[in-house]
Design a protein around this ligand. Structure first.
Ligand SMILES: Cc1ncc(COP(=O)(O)O)c(C=O)c1O
Length: 388
């Protein structure tokens, strides 16, 4: 008999498996070219050429010591270079000691939560949210508290205040956002920071901000996505190359800690220890050395921007109600009629796969993921318009 909790958690997330199985079944029945799958966040583009050249170079490098165990935080030279990059780019003034390499953003968030949480500590997620957050929090015996965002998916400080109490240990923030594509403006982040300073005083506790930023470079209209991390001392930046280099299978990212964090030595010691004992031990050596030379390289963002423009324009012209996304490769339209599950089912009957809002903690919407080919997108849009 396996853990009761895992039985429950598998049941709670069974819609993900069901979506995947339905997709596979439909593709088998009608042929893959006749199923229009906008459900997965798994980019179909290949990594940039520079990634392959770097791998080739590394595969030919036989200098000793590159494939051994290393300090659990990662190679010092890589951490050093990332901290210089963050400082020079104006993202976060940091030093090598503030960086801990991780197995993607998922690995990084788990390491942070394991470091911070005692049984029953509360972690706030802002709905709609990346659905794995709830399981990450529960992995470490935390309690998930959902705070709604407003109708434009922006942070609602009144709602947040209502959800906070003495047990609030952390808030997970994700900008650019999956599933909405929204990028929080600097003004909103500043207001959030002022609010959190007041809350820390009110409860006389440290309240940590975990800023999950795997889509940092995937922003449109010449925007840059501001990070909250330099503004708030008790914050962690979680980054991943899964999306920016299209290498999610390779599991590489990092945690950067704001240098002014309270009890910083203890916290970073905790992150390093948890990287070790959660079984990651350290982030993949080859990947660390690869990204070390690719800190200024990303996939071509216009590839996603063009798709976003087409889908947003086509669907809003047809009458869909969508908050305009300014980043990522997702958008989150209102489900016609308001019943997201019913709508997604109808879409499926028309061989279009999208994800119901309920999976992200917000009923009445559905998520479109457009990291796929143009023909699939075009056909899916035609069918979504027929469905209206
Ligand atoms: C918001 C968000 N956070 C974290 C992750 C996990 O990313 P990684 O592959 O780096 O673990 C994803 C993946 O889709 C995501 O959308």
């Amino acid at each position: 008999m396996i853990s009761h909790y895992i039985i429950h958690a598998m049941r709670a997330s069974s819609w993900i498996r069901k979506m995947f199985e339905t997709g596979t079944e439909l593709k088998r029945k009608y042929g893959a070219e006749n199923v229009f799958d906008l459900s997965l966040g798994n980019p179909i583009i290949e990594p940039p050429e520079e990634f392959f050249s770097q791998l080739k170079k590394l595969s030919e490098d036989k200098t000793s010591g590159k494939h051994r165990y290393m300090p659990n935080a990662g190679f010092n030279e890589v951490r050093e270079k990332i901290s210089v990059h963050l400082t020079e780019e104006g993202i976060l003034e940091s030093e090598m000691g503030h960086i801990v390499m991780s197995c993607g953003a998922g690995g990084g968030i788990n390491v942070i939560l394991r470091t911070l949480l005692d049984q029953g500590d509360e972690v706030i997620v802002l709905a709609p949210f990346f659905s794995e957050y709830q399981f990450y929090v529960r992995n470490h015996h935390g309690k998930v508290v959902v705070a709604e965002t407003d109708e434009n998916f922006r942070i609602d400080l009144n709602e947040l205040e209502n959800k906070m109490n003495k047990k609030t240990k952390a808030i997970i923030l994700n900008s650019p956002n999956n599933p909405t594509g929204v990028v929080y403006p600097k003004k909103d982040l500043k207001e959030l920071v002022d609010f959190l300073h007041l809350q820390q005083k009110k409860y006389n506790e440290d309240i940590y901000l975990i800023s999950d930023e795997p889509y940092r470079e995937i922003v449109f209209d010449n925007l840059t996505a501001p990070s909250v991390v330099p503004m708030y001392e008790n914050s962690f930046l979680v980054y991943s190359w899964s999306k920016s280099l299209a290498i999610p299978g390779n599991r590489i990212g990092y945690i950067a800690v704001n240098p002014h964090m309270h009890h910083i030595k203890q916290v970073i010691g905790g992150l390093i220890f948890c990287t070790r004992v959660l079984g990651f031990v350290n982030a993949n050596a080859i990947m660390q050395l690869a990204v070390n030379e690719l800190l200024n390289t990303t996939i071509d963002v216009s590839y996603y921007e063009n798709k976003k423009k087409y889908i947003y324009q086509t669907l809003t012209d047809a009458g869909y109600d969508i908050v305009k996304p300014t980043g990522t490769f997702y958008m989150f339209p209102k489900a016609p009629g308001g019943d997201d599950l019913g709508f997604v089912e109808k879409a499926k009957e028309n061989r279009v796969l999208v994800v119901p809002g309920v999976g992200f903690g917000r009923k009445g919407y559905f998520r479109i993921s457009y990291c796929t080919d143009d023909r699939t997108i075009q056909k899916a849009c035609e069918k979504l318009i027929e469905l209206l």
